[in-house]
Design a protein around this ligand. Structure first.
Ligand code: G6P
Length: 608
């Protein structure tokens, strides 16, 4: 969702800006633009559609001279994707240019006031008010001007700003939208996310809410909202640039699926010491764990789906009541958060606006919060009382795979820890579970290596109109994610249903040949789901079953069977999801879809 880059240094800015924007493409966008100071004026180029349109327009940036500039990929919120709505936006004289990620909530009021003062607006965006507001408050001192604007705007923003009268500085400021500063050798950078600067530097500063950064070619200075200079520590990014490159795979999604064994291993390994589960970062004593009365899991999208799995696992294993909510519902439903509640926010990016708001809501009500987050230093990671990181590394494909898998195992560990401390499992059971947990990476690898079988099957369904996913219990949670994977990247309509609910409506949608993927990994529910398969078959469905090795008798009921290796009943999601991810991927590839950047979707949804 909207990407920002900025550069000031010795090199030509435009090619660097385009290169940085390309690294942020995964966030989702529908237009792009750059502004560069050419020594005399601020030049702006914008283009609707893919970044390559802008690259062609500027000959990869080479036709735009100048060594200072800002760039933006826009994911339309206010006003359709168009050249005029694309950023950067600027004031009438084009002496101030600004790029923005976030939403200015009081922009209508601000626009009316500015119009009354004679300002004319050319776009439908909320961002344009910022350009005119910066003009209106301009005192000749950019920091003073920016702080005045900060006091007037409500909402969320990460901004990159250049002033024609201060051609030696790029300004950046943020509130509730991500922004980092990169300190390079021959210049400095701003960006929405680390991959945009990794080619040039590993040293970054995480800008906090209501902080301003002023970057010259050689210096980086930070200020608070009162315009006072503040000191900040930089961090070194440890992961390799290759982690954010495709590395020979056709798509980031495929590469990231293949990284799942490592991701799962990296997330588990630091939490098992001498055969014991140690989650130091939890920051909860055994007594506090025993005192938990209710867990609220809050998340969006796939992270929510891992939360649904975690509900089944935690309730059954640790006997703690668990509620799961999508964050956009939780934040507005006046949830009952009583003493003894623990709110767990799950988020890959750590920046999802609704999840962040839900976290703040929980904190305001004084309950303990825990973030399960992938991006180190992200807003949710910083604001939650404690944070358990998933060590998945940067995830670029919009459709999550490896972060999803890492979240699952983090949640299993948490459930095991809680169950153990609360005396709900024996030492032997924990030992058995740990053995199964540690085998997951090689089992995932095995399933990935069987991809051709899934690919062949997927090729038969590229023309499908509807596909259903069904299961019970944990298998229902797996179905939800399998269905989402398919629909988000292949644009095929798909729904997940609790198998027992089929008879209450969904079954009327089944026609001759309708594909239904049935997930059947829970032994105690096996017979029940088989009955549902039989019902579906008798209405003409073509049933693909995903089940545990050994259940060969399922071949009598289902048309096509994929077997997953044996594991603990709580962990089957980690294995069953692999063929379903591959299925969604190969259907989308077969249809020629833009797998890594599906239409209308954003990786990191930083607006409500
Ligand atoms: C977007 C992404 C999903 C992701 C969801 C939640 O919709 O496309 O892949 O699951 O946001 O994101 P988060 O970063 O909070 O996990």
């Amino acid at each position: 969702m909207c990407g920002i880059v900025g550069y000031i240094g010795k090199s030509q800015a435009a090619p660097i800006l385009l290169d940085g924007l390309a690294k942020l493409e995964y966030r989702g966008y529908d237009s792009a633009g750059i502004a560069v100071f050419d020594g005399e004026d601020i030049q702006v180029k914008k283009a609707t559609g893919r970044l390559k349109v802008l690259s062609e327009l500027t000959h990869d940036g080479t036709t735009m001279p100048g060594t200072i500039g800002i760039g933006h990929t826009r994911w339309a919120t206010h006003g359709a994707p168009s050249d005029v709505n694309a950023h950067p936006h600027y004031n009438k004289e084009r002496t101030i240019a600004v790029v923005h990620n976030g939403i200015i909530e009081n922009y209508v009021k601000l626009r009316t006031r500015l119009q009354e003062k004679g300002y004319t607006f050319v776009s439908e965006t909320d961002t344009e008010v910022l350009a005119h507001l910066l003009d209106y408050y301009y005192t000749g001192d950019p920091i003073e001007t920016i702080t005045k604007v900060m006091h007037r705007v409500e909402g969320s923003y990460a901004l990159g700003i250049i002033f024609k009268e201060h051609p030696g500085t790029v300004y950046a400021v943020r509130k509730d939208s991500p922004l980092i500063v990169g300190k390079g050798k021959d210049g400095n950078f701003i960006a929405s996310d680390v991959p945009a600067v990794l080619k040039y530097t590993r040293e970054v500063f995480f800008i906090q809410n209501e902080e301003i950064a002023a970057l010259t070619e050689e210096t980086i200075t930070f200020f608070n909202i009162d315009g006072e200079e503040i000191q900040k520590e930089s961090s070194m990014i440890e992961w390799d640039i290759n982690a954010a490159e495709k590395g020979g795979y056709e798509h980031f999604m495929l590469k990231e699926m293949y990284e799942q064994p490592k991701t799962v291993r990296d997330t588990i390994a630091p939490r098992i010491k001498d055969g014991k589960i140690v989650i130091e970062e939890l920051g909860m004593s055994d007594e506090e764990i025993r005192a938990i009365k209710r867990i609220h899991i809050v998340a969006c999208g796939s992270a929510y789906h891992t939360g649904v799995t975690a509900k089944y696992v935690m309730e059954d294993m640790a006997r703690i009541p668990v509620e799961v909510d999508v964050a956009s519902e939780f934040r507005y439903r006046n949830p009952i958060l009583e003493e003894g509640a623990l709110v767990i926010i799950i988020s890959q990016s750590g920046e999802t606006a609704d999840s962040l708001a839900a976290l703040r809501e929980a904190k305001e009500r004084g309950v303990k919060t825990l973030g399960i987050v992938n991006v180190v230093g992200s807003s949710i990671a910083r604001e939650a009382d404690s944070v358990m990181y998933t060590w998945a590394g940067p995830e670029i494909a919009v459709a999550t795979t490896k972060a999803y898998s890492a979240q699952l195992v983090a949640e299993y560990l948490l459930a095991m820890k809680f169950a153990q401390v609360r005396g709900m499992v024996t030492e032997e059971e924990i030992e058995g579970m740990l053995r199964d947990l540690q085998r997951l990476p090689e089992q995932i690898e095995m399933l990935l290596n069987n991809k051709e079988k899934i690919q062949r099957f997927a090729n038969r369904y590229i023309a499908a109109k509807d596909v259903f996913f069904v299961g019970r219990g944990i298998d229902y949670a797996i179905s939800m994610e399998g269905s989402l994977k398919l629909k988000e990247i292949s644009y095929i309509h798909s729904e997940a249903y609790a198998a027992g609910e089929l008879k209450h409506g969904t079954i009327s949608l089944i026609e001759d040949g309708t594909l239904v993927a049935a997930v059947v990994t829970q032994e105690d529910l096996y017979k029940k789901t088989i009955s549902n398969i039989v019902e579906l078959k008798s209405r003409g469905a073509f049933v693909l079953a995903v089940t545990n090795t050994g259940h060969t008798e399922i071949e009598k009921s289902a048309d096509y069977v994929i077997y997953i290796p044996q594991t603990n009943k709580y962990f089957t999601n980690s294995l069953a999801i692999i063929p379903l991810q591959l299925f969604g991927y190969y259907v989308a590839v077969g249809k020629g879809c833009d797998v890594d950047k599906p239409r209308n979707l954003a990786k990191s949804v930083t607006v409500e």
